[in-house]
Design a binder for this molecule. Structure first.
Ligand code: GDP
Length: 300
């Protein structure tokens, strides 16, 4: 975790440093506040949240007569944590109150890191003593099932797969069925995400969920978004939210961008918390999202 924090800190540093440099100016004049806004916008925080944050910060600075860089830093930290949402329920619901396994669907556009995230999540669960079955319902991308199976072998989870280009819903159905028969704790279903045909995607994802739910409710639908895609990620989020009820967001590749502000923007967009973050390609590079640690990494 310490290593992950360090990596997050490195990638987010420029935003935090920028803000702190601005706040440590002798006079916080209009230009400075505008530059603070620009810095937040550049980090993809989004227009409305940026304005809210700056307004609140300005108001508090005025009321408190805050001046020293330390005081300003403390205020900025508080406001950022508030903005990121410190009290949201970010637990990934992998446990069902049924006899049958908890069911998690992982959705998102191809290339965002869906399969990798599914594998990493399996690893976290197995390390936690849970038994897992993986469902390779991304039958569209030829290598996806192999990739998932490799993860399964690595972490000690059985992978259920179908014929190439087969019906994703039937693979998902089988995965849940086998998982229940094996008596495992959790079934993780990796899905396909082609955005170019929205109707196709809608039909497919909706169908996967409906077919799975013939056996048991889906406990968690995690939307995987690539943090480096910025506003594009928001567009994707909107499309997916129309198709299925998203219950949590996984923001991947946060190690490769200073645009961590997308956390705020996407939570607003969907009204759903960021639950996990991807901080690298390795097996251990998936972490729970912690607002305070995130903000600390931001402003050091
Ligand atoms: P999918 O098509 O959505 O299933 O995407 P993949 O899981 O195949 O991932 C696409 C690429 O992104 C792979 O090269 C992954 O190793 C890489 N990747 C996934 N998550 C992360 C992350 O958090 N950080 C970085 N740097 N790379 C990631």
């Amino acid at each position: 975790l310490v290593r992950l924090r360090a990596r997050l800190a490195r990638s987010q540093n420029s935003l935090g440093k920028g803000l702190l440099t601005l706040l440590s100016r002798e006079h916080l004049d209009e230009d400075t506040w505008e530059e603070i806004e620009d810095t937040l916008l550049t980090a993809d925080v989004g227009v409305a949240p940026t304005q809210e944050l700056v307004e609140r910060l300005r108001e508090r600075v005025k009321v408190l007569g805050t001046r020293t860089p330390e005081e300003l830093r403390k205020l900025l930290r508080e406001e950022l944590v508030e903005l990121v949402g410190k009290d949201l329920d970010r637990a990934v619901r992998t446990e069902s109150d049924r006899e049958t396994p908890g069911i998690v669907m992982v959705v998102g556009v191809n290339g965002t890191g869906k399969t990798t995230t599914t594998g990493k999540l399996a690893r976290v669960l197995v390390a936690d003593g849970r038994t897992v079955v993986l469902g390779a319902a991304d039958t569209f991308r030829a290598a996806a099932a192999d990739q998932l199976e490799t993860w399964g072998e690595r972490v000690g989870a059985h992978t259920v797969r179908g014929p190439e280009a087969g019906d994703p819903a039937s693979v998902a159905f089988d995965a849940v069925k086998e998982g229940a028969e094996m008596g495992v704790d959790v079934v993780l279903i990796d899905t396909a995400g082609r955005l170019h045909t929205k109707t196709g995607l809608m039909d497919e994802l909706g169908k996967v969920k409906r077919v799975v739910e013939k056996q048991a409710p889906v406990d968690e639908v995690l939307l995987v978004l690539d943090a480096t895609t910025g506003q594009n990620g928001l567009v994707q989020a909107r499309v997916f939210a129309e198709v299925v009820d998203i219950t949590g967001i996984v923001l991947t590749k946060l190690d490769g961008t200073a645009k961590g502000g997308i956390v705020v923007a996407v939570q607003r967009e969907l009204g759903v918390p960021v639950k996990l973050v991807g901080l690298g390609e390795g097996a251990d590079d998936l972490a729970p999202f912690e607002p305070e640690a995130f903000v600390d990494a931001l402003i050091g």
